[in-house]
Design a protein around this ligand. Structure first.
Ligand code: NAP
Length: 355
């Protein structure tokens, strides 16, 4: 029996939909008979059938099969019926799953109901699957707040843009691709109005010839977001976090452009970032990807809201022509972190700090 191999195939399927199933996790399933995959399924998006259902519905006869599924089968009614009912009805012989559902209301119950029906059911732990569901696990165990990852590209002398804030291509194609893959697998993206004013970024996902759009959140205390910003054409939706005293004309104009406006309390460093992160989590986002300058990233570090930061370091020197990543108050970025890992990507280095 090659449980690990088949679970990894189910994981590959799940990965094709990671970042597109919120508020549900992405799940993949394969059905195996006599050592061969006879059917497979993936949860496409919230509200559509679960992966087990997709996989089993394509099969005439599921007796004497093993179903490999990345997440413990559900045993409760949500938008769709419990998957355990279908597995029992189809008389599968065995179920192997990659992660026990971290939700305390569900945890272990899917396994128990299958076992009660006489189906052998096993949790087969794989580190890749645990990592795959890090965002989902964080969300269910941290009061529905997302796992937050930020990225920042710097030169050897710690510069992130031109001296006036103008955009510079700092790192090479390997890290560019890395960014787009992370955007794809995240449920939503967060940036700041400052970064939009300087860079006018697209903040969509471009991998090979495919272009995908993501929900975008913007920190914009005074509603400075320009009407002609490219994100209006490239984001799936825009939610703007703003302060209390904003001109009504701007408010109506942005509303007319379809922007969702969320007022947030102001505090010393700007908008209350904990409220921002909570609001994004309430919308069902498990994994949030942040792209902005050092001011916002340092504020997130200080507030202990980052799960992880990727610092991309290019072998370039900008000197006085560059804008420093952080101000005078920044020092030990990795303070309190549980791991710091360095690796190389093309000509650049990648530093991953995890808290
Ligand atoms: N190298 C890279 O990877 C990279 C990536 C993105 C951007 N950039 C560059 O970064 C530069 C901008 O960086 P930056 O450090 O000046 O700005 P930033 O970090 O992108 O944005 C800071 C702004 O966010 C808003 N904000 C609201 N609440 C906040 C809070 N609690 N904490 C922090 N910020 C809050 C504030 O603007 P309001 O008061 O108006 O709300 C604040 O001025 C640009 O030049 C851009 O080119 C580089």
């Amino acid at each position: 029996m090659n449980d690990a191999l088949f679970l990894k195939q189910a994981l590959e399927l799940a990965d094709t939909r990671k970042g597109f199933c919120a508020p549900n996790p992405a799940v993949g399933a394969v059905v195996v008979q006599d050592g061969k995959i006879v059917s497979q399924g993936v949860h496409q998006k919230a509200g559509s059938p679960h992966a087990e259902v997709e996989a089993l519905n394509g099969l005439q006869d599921a007796e004497n099969t093993t179903v490999y599924v990345t997440l413990e089968p559900c045993c409760h009614w949500g938008k769709t019926p419990p998957c355990t009912d279908l597995l029992i009805q189809k008389k599968v012989s065995r179920v192997v799953y990659g992660l026990m559902d971290p939700n305390p209301l569900v945890r272990g119950r899917g396994q128990a109901s299958l076992e009660q029906a006489g189906i052998s059911c096993q949790w087969f732990q794989l580190p890749e699957i645990e990592k795959f569901y890090r965002g989902y696990s964080h969300w269910v165990t941290h009061e529905k707040t997302p796992y937050v990852t930020a990225k920042l590209a710097v030169t050897l002398d710690g510069k992130i843009a031109g001296a006036q804030g103008e955009r510079k291509q700092i790192t090479g194609p390997e890290l560019e691709k890395f960014t787009h893959e992370h955007r794809r697998r995240s449920d939503a993206l967060l940036t700041t109005v400052e970064t939009i004013l300087c860079d006018d970024p697209r903040l969509d996902v471009r991998i090979d010839s495919e272009v995908l759009q993501k929900p975008l959140y913007v920190l914009d205390t005074f509603m400075r977001l320009p009407e002609k910003a490219r994100v209006f054409d490239t984001a799936q939706s825009i939610t703007l976090f703003h302060g209390a005293d904003v001109p009504q004309t701007r408010l109506h104009l942005l509303e007319d452009k379809g922007v969702r406006l969320v007022p947030v309390q102001k505090e010393e460093l700007g908008l209350n970032l904990l409220d921002v992160v909570k609001e994004i989590g309430q919308a069902g986002c498990h994994e949030l990807w942040v792209e902005c300058g050092g001011t916002c990233i340092w504020a997130l570090v200080r507030k202990k809201l980052l799960g992880r930061v990727f610092i991309y370091v290019a072998p370039k020197w900008m000197g006085k022509d560059g804008k420093a990543a952080f101000g005078e108050d920044a020092w030990d970025l990795a303070n309190g972190s549980k791991s710091v890992q360095w690796s190389s990507r093309g000509k650049d280095a990648l530093c991953e700090i995890e808290w």
